[in-house]
Structure formats: C-alpha cells, structure tokens
Design a protein around this ligand. Structure first.
Ligand code: CA
Length: 638
C-alpha cells in the first residue's frame, strides 16, 4: 500500500500548479480550469430531501490541507474531515428547506506564508427533485420481476463492446467468463418482448463500472460508484431505460452492492480515510457463516471474519461500521433511487455487511421513500435465519434491527425443487409433503407476501436443469411460483427452457446468451424463429399465465389456504372475500379424480370454475380428472 508522509512537499508543489493554472487560464492560453480537476461524490444532490444532511467527498490533489468555505443561501458546512489521504476532503453540509436549486460555489483555500490563496473552486449542483418522495413506488406481489444478466441478454450497440483504456478488452462469446457485449440499449430495445411476457419489473445485474482485468461482465466488482460501465452504456441511456420502463407501467430494480468493491477500485490505493477498507492483510476471506448475526453463541471472531473478511480475493470488503463509509453507501443508494426513479433495490450479499450499516441503510431509505421496496439476498435455506431480516409492516424494525421489507425466499426455492424431484417418503420428508411443510413455516415471517420467490437465479443452475429437464415438472414449478404468496422473480430464458445441464454449477454457462440478442443468431427467441415446439409452448404458456396473474387480486394480496397432500396430490388456494384461485398439482404417476366437495372451504358451494390462463369454464359438479404428472390453476369468480 502507498504511504503518505510527504504532504508538505505535495502541497507546495500544488500551490505552484495552482498559480500557473490561474495564470494560464487568465490569459486564455489553455482550457484547464480548477473545476476540471476537482470531483465530488455524490456528483449532485437535491433540495427538499427529508434528511437535510449531505456528505460530500471532494477529491483533488492535495485538497485535504485546504480550508473549505461556502456562501449559498440555505446551505451551510456543518463540519469538515480532512482526508487521511491528501487528495480527499469530506464536508458535512446542511441543506435547509430554504435552499433553492442552483450551483453552490465551494472554495478550497490554502495559506502559504500567512497569506490565504485559492487552490480549488467547485461549482456543485443541487437540483430540484423531479418527484416527491411519495411518488416512488416499489415492487409488490402484483408484480412479476425479470432478472437479467445485461451482458448476456441483447447486444444493442456493438460499438461499445470494446472501450479503449479499460482493463478487459473486447468480447468473446465462446468464453463463458468473457464479456459477450449485451448492454442497456439491448434491453431497452427489447422491453416490448419483456412486457409481452407479462413481466412488470426489470432487475438487471449491476451496471456500474467494473474495470476489472477479467470476469467484469457480472457487475458485482464495482470500481466506480457513480459511473455506468461504458460497455453497458451511459448514464443517460440508463435513465432512458428507466423512463421507457415507466412508460410501459414497468419498474426498474437496482442491484446494489454494499458489502464489497472490485479490487481495481481507486480506493485500494487511495482510501479517503484510514479504515475505509477492511484490509485484512494477510488476506482473510469471509467465513460465510451467515448465522453469526443471530446466533446467541457466536464468537466475536467468527462475526468479525464473516462481516470483515473479503467476499472473494477480487472483491475487497468495505468497512461498513465506519460512519463515513456508511454515509457514503446510504447516499449512493439514495442518489440512484432519485436519479433513476427506481422501483426497488435488490441488495447483494446482505448479511456480509455489518449489521449497524444494514440497519441504518434500510431505515434511512425507507424514511426517505416510504413506498420503496428493498429485498435482501440472504442465501440461507433456514427460514429462521431469512425471517430475522424482515421488518414488520409499517416500518417496525426487524429483529435484526433493520427496515428491510423483503428477503429472497431461498428456503422455498430449495423446498420446491426438492419436492418436485425427490421421491415421496412415508415420513412426509420429501415429495409434495415437503412443499406443504415448507409453506407451513410462514408462521415465522412478519409478512410472507413480501418475500421474493423464484425457481432459480444467476448464481445457481437453471431451474430446468434443477428439475432434470423434465417439462412436466417445469409446468408445475411455473404454476406454483405464479400462485404462491410473494413477489415472483424469473431469470431471463426460463420461458424458453434455458439449461445449464452441460456444465452444472458453472456461472458463465448459467448466465447464457439469450438467443436472438445478437445479430446473426440462428435462433431468435424474441420472434420465436428456430425455437423448438416445446420451447414455444412453454414461452406462450408462461406469457399467458403471467398476464392472467396480473388480474388476480387473490394472488396479489389474498390469504393462503392449503390442504395436506394425499399421495402426491397437493392443492393450494389463494383467497380474498371476492376472488379465489386454486392450484392443483398431481405429482403421482396415475390420473386422479378430484371432488369439489373436498375443497368447499375454498369453493363455498361454487361449482363453475375457470381454468387459467385461457378462462375455459369447467363445471365441477362432475369430478375433475387430473392426469398423471400435471397441474392446473383454476379461478373461482363470485
Ligand atoms: Ca454492446
């Protein structure tokens, strides 16, 4: 690591540069100005936020040694922290409700031989908000989320595939960990397809700069928090994507990373303050023991290794327990919510951060945006653990101390796959009994309807692969995830039976190219050209079912009632006072005759039901026959 014990010399040197800059500028001989070498994070802020405080990290050679001043009505500098690195100064500003939007003139003075001199000037924008806090609406169970790996979906602009000066160069679609060229433009051009599939929210993996030497495509190794990776596009393109989604009545979900950064982040050589990064040399990788947050017997050492160890060697750990790091990360999320008018944040590797940061982060965002939705990735198969992170409705803090409304329902994901693939056992531990008992665990959650449910994601084998490429089981999984409580999330390509069977567990292959997203692709899943009949059927069924789901209040906010499985016949219902939905799964190898009277707790004497998604009316006065290995969804109108 660098050491900075030569501050005096650096400052003297800069004073000289400052003078020569000013002189040259006055004479108009070159275009440099001070504002070009001074940068600030966040790059702008807004008037009228509920919290009046702003942490401004200003970066320029030698700026730590300066005196900062500001004259702007309604805004004052509360306190200043000079960087431990000479190139940073941290200002804590107070923006009152009297402040007007405009450019705030910040001055950074330095004294030499008793005479003050201006070293830097920064004209800092505070803008009017484009919408009040109450405008922002997060996702909920009426939504259907599509998770996309942007590098692998569609290449809308081949010109940005290779960007001069970046560490990883070019694209190579034959290599699973190389960049493939997908980008923001590709997604924006394909929103019509996503809409036609019935998705109402888009969750792209992170698209901030990942200037890493390899595997930069996945996005989780951020090297600049306020720069869109140019291989995905520009900030304006990102904003345009959000605007286009909103015009289609769809939401944009931001994939946030609080825990770590990419190893090539400039902070690794120049952290603003000591203790910014959990350096852990000799390098210590996280012990991945996510239970330490809740375990009454956990050792302090294990907690520390979990939250302060690096996620992997290429992704160093941010010290979220440092109050300035925490402020930076919270403001970062707010800046992106405000800039992109987000409809939610999915927070990566949730429990790897310090619990104090998670608590402050989630509660601060929910304070600013009461309608926002936050979902945390807690990859635990134990609902006791996942449930600890979920806050109660009305912002009452979670037992773990935060205001996170939603967690990824990993216990349900594994329960579903296991139930569908393992043979039933007389002790109720596998088969449909497993699904039944997994859902029974909902008593532990503050709000099961807010959980995000999924069959797979970008970190595990494709659901089609997990279900051993059994199409009958796929229909069961799609029906189940479309009816069960919670916010369903689908990974792009599920609808055309994307598979990772040829290289199980390989992230590069799981995140496969969507066919038709590249010019010259022989198969085009957007138009259906080249898809097999089985793929086409799945795609059109899923689209029809998701559109049908959008009209089912019982699924969006109704209660749940299910019946103990009977020899692999399982029935689950979603109900409101007026509307009811029934899912029937027959995972046995024989046709089953189903009597309506057995489900009168739901049907309440009603016998005319509609089969989803087509709406075909079924008269259930006669017994219903469910062929072997099939499932159906029925709606019961009042
Ligand atoms: Ca591209």
């Amino acid at each position: 690591m660098f050491k900075y014990n030569n501050n005096k010399n650096i400052i003297l040197f800069l004073l000289c540069i400052g003078v020569s800059y000013a002189t040259a500028h006055d004479k108009g001989k070159h275009r440099h100005s001070h504002s070009e070498v001074v940068t600030a994070e966040p790059p702008n802020w807004w008037v009228g936020m509920r919290q009046p405080y702003l942490q401004l990290i200003v970066e320029a050679p030698g700026i730590a040694a300066t005196q900062a001043s500001l004259t702007y009505p309604g805004v004052r500098i509360d306190s200043v922290i000079p960087g431990d690195h000479p190139d940073y100064i941290i200002l804590h500003l107070h923006i009152t409700s009297e402040a007007n939007p405009g450019q705030m003139p910040l001055k950074f003075m330095i004294s030499s031989k008793g005479k003050p001199g201006l070293l830097y000037e920064l004209s800092y924008p505070i803008k009017a908000r484009t919408a009040p806090s109450d405008f922002f609406r997060g996702f909920d169970a009426s939504d259907v989320v599509c998770l996309i790996t942007p590098d692998r979906f569609a290449n809308g602009n081949p010109k940005n595939d290779r960007v001069e000066g970046m560490r990883e160069q070019g694209v190579d679609r034959s290599r699973p960990y190389a960049r493939h060229g997908g980008d923001i433009q590709g997604m924006t051009e394909r929103l019509g397809y996503l809409k036609s599939m019935g998705f109402t929210a888009l969750w792209p993996q992170p698209m901030l700069e990942n200037d890493m030497p390899e595997a930069s495509y996945h996005g989780y190794a951020i090297t600049h928090h306020y720069r869109v990776d140019p291989r995905f596009g520009s900030l304006n393109e990102y904003i345009a994507l959000s605007d286009s989604l909103r015009a289609l009545n769809m939401k944009l979900i931001f994939d946030g990373v609080l825990n770590h950064i990419g190893r090539e982040h400039r902070w690794m050589k120049a952290p603003p303050l000591n203790g910014w990064i959990n350096q852990n040399f000799p390098l210590e990788i996280s012990n991945h023991r996510r239970t330490v947050h809740h375990d009454p017997y956990a050792s302090r050492g294990d907690y520390s290794r979990m939250t302060r160890g690096w996620f992997v060697e290429s992704m160093p750990d941010l010290n979220g327990s440092h109050p300035e790091v925490a402020r930076y990360l919270i403001q970062h999320s707010i800046w992106w919510i405000e800039t992109l008018r987000l409809g939610g944040i999915r927070q990566d590797t949730y429990s790897y951060s310090d619990s104090s940061l998670l608590s402050e982060w989630s509660c601060r965002i929910m304070e600013e945006y009461p309608g926002m939705s936050l979902v945390g990735e807690e990859w635990s198969l134990n609902p006791l653990i996942t449930s600890r992170w979920q806050a109660q409705p009305g912002l009452k803090r979670a037992p773990a101390g935060g205001c996170l409304g939603s967690v990824m329902d990993f216990p349900l994901q594994v329960g579903l796959v296991s139930a569908l693939t393992a043979p039933a056992r007389p002790d109720f531990s596998e088969g449909m009994a497993r699904l039944y008992e997994t859902l029974a665990n909902d008593f532990i959650y503050q709000n099961p309807r807010k959980l995000m449910v999924f069959g797979d994601n970008h970190d595990m084998d494709r659901i089609f692969t997990q279900l051993n490429e059994d199409t009958a089981l796929m229909y069961m999984a799609i029906n189940y995830l479309s009816v069960v409580r919670g916010v369903p999330q689908w990974y792009y390509g599920t609808e055309i039976l994307a598979s990772s069977s040829h290289a199980r567990g390989h992230h590069g292959y799981i995140r496969s190219d969507f066919p038709g997203g590249w010019k010259g692709d022989t198969v085009d899943a957007f138009t259906g050209a080249g898809l097999s009949p089985v793929q086409k059927r799945m795609q059109s069924y899923m689209s029809a079912l998701l559109h049908w789901r959008a009209r089912q209040p019982a699924i969006h906010y109704g209660g749940t009632l299910h019946f103990a499985p009977n020899d692999e016949l399982y029935v689950m219902a979603r109900t409101t006072d007026r509307s009811r939905v029934l899912l029937l799964i027959n995972r046995s190898n024989r046709a089953r005759t189903v009597q309506a009277a057995d489900y009168d707790e739901v049907l309440r004497g009603q016998r005319l039901v509609q089969r989803a998604p087509e709406g075909v009316v079924v008269d259930w006065n006669d017994p219903l026959t469910l062929p072997a290995m099939t499932s159906i969804v029925l709606s019961v109108d009042p």
